[in-house]
Write a protein of this length. Structure first.
Length: 108
């Protein structure tokens, strides 16, 4: 399945628009990861553990969006947007949302 942030696919004809599809995931940070991240904040540097969790969350949201598009009969998702939002009482959780337009592209 083709997934793109653009609103069209150059050289391809979109035969059918199925509509908006999305995928969401919410991840929480654990105590150990928070402790190491606070040390990183103090001494500087990147937080590899948080970056890995963000990559996993993005991948899950995109996969759920793709699965929904596939169920509709689409072979591509265009205009994809990724959003990140903190949620929970103290902002301790992160929500990642992927959304786009499911389409059927001739020749894919």
């Amino acid at each position: 399945m083709l997934i793109t942030t653009t609103s069209h696919i150059e050289g391809m004809h979109i035969a059918k628009y199925y509509g908006i599809v999305s995928g969401e995931t919410i991840i929480g940070a654990n105590f150990v990861r928070d402790l190491f991240a606070s040390v990183r904040d103090f001494v500087g540097g990147r937080s590899g553990s948080y970056e890995e969790v963000l990559r996993q969350a993005k991948s899950t949201a995109l996969r759920e969006m793709e699965d929904e598009a596939r169920r509709l009969g689409a072979n591509a998702v265009i205009g994809v947007d990724l959003d990140y939002e903190t949620v929970g009482g103290n902002g301790s959780m992160l929500m990642v949302t992927a959304s786009g337009t499911a389409v059927l592209v001739d020749g894919l």
